[in-house]
Design a protein around this ligand. Structure first.
Ligand code: VGL
Ligand code: ZN
Length: 204
């Protein structure tokens, strides 16, 4: 039963001071660094958008952050410019130990579609290769940590379950964007309903 720890989007723009800062996002870093010592396989995802990405409000006239646009019949919320390729905001947080990370999977690289999940674009048409990689490595159990609970963590967890991985969310090593006050609680419910186990780092 091989395990993998997957670090979701622990990047400067999602931490205090960043353009899409998640409250307390930086507080997960010591937990994540400690947790890595208990895993033989550690993988990271990186939100990695071209400057002209469709999810940036700045790329639409008369649209503000938080408003929605229609992308091929699906609603797309508009974000501040974040994790633009090659910028400091897109870099992994300096304090994050990357020495054990075997492979990084970048997502959101197609300007025409957003990608919250570390596995697939939001329309599920293109994969990042993460699923095939984990299967080739013989991974059966995944442990997910990172940012943000109510977006990229949640959608990565749901796709991991759909691909057949036994999926655990280390919830004290995650933080949410919380556009609405209950978003984290709702995300936890959605993940549990899909079959995920919600655990604390000290139970590992
Ligand atoms: C994320 C919003 C936009 C995330 C990425 O990593 O949760 N959220 N892009
Ligand atoms: Zn993004």
């Amino acid at each position: 039963m091989k395990d993998a720890l997957i670090l979701i989007d622990i990047q400067n723009d999602f931490c205090p001071g960043g353009s899409l800062a998640v409250n307390e996002g930086d507080q997960i870093i010591p937990i994540v660094n400690q947790l890595q010592k208990q895993f033989d396989l550690v993988i990271a995802t990186q939100d990695w958008h071209p400057a002209d990405h469709i999810s940036f409000a700045a790329n639409h006239t008369n649209k503000k952050v938080g408003e929605f646009i229609d992308v091929n019949g699906n609603p797309q919320i508009l974000w501040p410019v974040h994790c633009a390729q090659g910028t400091h905001g897109a870099d992994f947080v300096e304090e994050l130990d990357m020495s054990k990370v075997k492979k990084v999977f970048q997502k959101g690289t197609n300007k025409q579609i957003d990608s919250y999940s570390g596995f697939f674009d939001n329309d599920h048409k293109n994969s990042t290769g993460l699923g095939d990689y984990l299967k080739l490595e013989g991974v059966e159990n995944v442990y997910i940590v990172g940012l943000a609970t109510d977006y990229c963590v949640k959608y990565t967890v749901i796709d991991a379950l759909s691909l057949g991985f036994n999926t655990n969310v280390v919830i004290d090593a995650c933080r949410g964007v919380k556009l609405n006050p209950n978003d984290v609680e709702n995300a936890i419910q959605d993940m549990e309903k899909a079959g995920a186990k919600i655990i604390m780092s000290n139970s590992l």
